[in-house]
Write a protein that binds this ligand. Structure first.
Ligand code: PLP
Length: 219
């Protein structure tokens, strides 16, 4: 498949899932997760007019994106991976959205960097929705306090993000994240990847993060 076919196929999947849910597919942002893929793999999508991209490592994003952003200035870069506090300033300088805000120390580091730079990328609070010890994300029980801290620090909190447990049906986790977001008064939902974007869109995802279905398998 060409990049053109792959992109069209993902948009078709989003549209097919939005229809029964009576959602407008235009309300779902497709974040093309280009981690591990070189600029040559990204340019065809930029050429097709796609503008939202995701990376999970700040250093890799710093190496790839400044050049591409110069060529396509309206690109929006989303950071989707676990973020160390000592990378917060670099993340704020580079990203338009940060999907992995998950602890008070990171909220504080991001707030300092945003104040210093006068730049305020949209923030998603990542929730460890399956309570998996090896995964990033804040515990559901800790979310109200973390959201309060983020708001007090003037972080622009757009919504919540999750990565459900692997190899089990993801829909209950997406539904849970949607309910928690509603209860918390936040709107955006970053959920759904290559294998489960339909369930996520039907349950209210505003951002799906799709890597391998667009770029092929990662090495
Ligand atoms: C890599 C990654 C994705 C994309 O995963 P695919 O299964 O390749 O679509 C989405 N979200 C996060 C947080 C990722 O790290």
């Amino acid at each position: 498949m060409t990049p053109d076919d792959r992109l069209a196929a993902i948009h078709a999947r989003i549209a097919a899932a939005a229809r029964p849910a009576q959602r407008d597919p235009a309300q779902v942002t497709l974040v093309a997760v280009s981690k591990t893929h070189p600029a040559e793999a990204i340019r065809p999508l930029l050429g097709l007019g796609h503008r939202d991209f995701g990376e999970n490592r700040v250093q890799e994003a710093q190496a790839k994106w400044p050049q591409l952003q110069e060529e396509f200035p309206d690109t929006r870069l989303h950071l989707v991976g676990q973020l160390q506090s000592n990378k917060a300033a670099d993340a704020v300088a580079l990203a338009d959205a940060i999907h992995s805000v998950d602890r008070p120390s990171l909220v504080a580091a991001l707030a300092r960097a945003m104040d210093a730079q006068g730049r305020r990328p949209d923030c998603f609070v990542q929730v460890n929705i399956g309570a998996e010890p090896q995964k990033g994300g804040c515990a559901i029980a800790d979310l109200p306090a973390l959201l309060a801290e983020a708001r007090a620090a003037d972080l622009p909190v757009a919504g919540l993000m999750c990565v459900p447990p692997a190899a089990v049906e993801p829909a209950p986790y997406f539904a849970l994240l949607a309910r928690i977001a509603r209860d918390s008064g936040v709107f955006a939902l970053s959920m759904g990847m290559s294998d489960d974007l339909e369930q996520a869109v039907m349950l209210g995802a505003t951002h799906v993060r799709v890597g391998s279905a667009l770029f092929g398998a990662r090495a």
